[in-house]
Design a protein around this ligand. Structure first.
Ligand code: AMP
Length: 139
């Protein structure tokens, strides 16, 4: 547990949350400022700032819970026409709480959530291949 981390405090119960599911490694609870009703955050119980800090086992455990919640939302009776699964890693990417988490966001028409407002330009195949090679080399 890290002092002053709001999500660590939710894990130990010192600040309130509306829980959805919990197991040894993972906790899911409702976002306090939802894009739409049902907006859920899935977190590791241990304090890990960004997703890149998770080992494979914990990553799989998180993803398993994300998938369960995504399915449950659709059969819950809550209005859901689609979903986005979203992760912000680092302040540049919009991360505000530095305890890693995956957003499961129910989507409705015209709900105002825009991840991108302008279409991207299309790079050449050579540029795409150069970038793909950089990533492959880092795997
Ligand atoms: P981000 O770090 O940008 O991925 O987003 C952090 C998310 O945590 C935001 O959607 C907040 O509304 C949410 N959040 C912050 N504090 C709480 C809290 N006490 N309980 C539930 N959700 C929270």
């Amino acid at each position: 547990m890290k002092d002053h981390c709001v999500f660590c405090q939710i894990v130990v119960g010192t600040i309130p949350a509306s829980p959805i599911i919990e197991n040894d490694a993972v906790l899911a609870f409702l976002d306090i400022a939802p894009i739409n009703p049902g907006h859920t955050l899935v977190i590791p119980k241990v304090h890990i700032a960004e997703l890149s800090g998770l080992d494979d086992e914990l990553g799989v455990a998180l993803w398993r819970v994300v998938l369960r919640i995504e399915r449950a939302l659709r059969s819950s009776g809550i209005k859901v026409e689609g979903t986005n699964l979203f992760v912000a890693n680092g302040a540049t990417a919009g991360q505000e709480v530095f305890h890693s988490h995956i957003h499961v966001i129910p989507r409705l028409p015209d709900d105002g959530l825009h991840i991108r407002t302008e279409p991207g330009s299309q790079p050449s195949r050579e540029e795409l291949d150069w970038v793909a090679q950089k990533i492959r080399a880092a795997l």
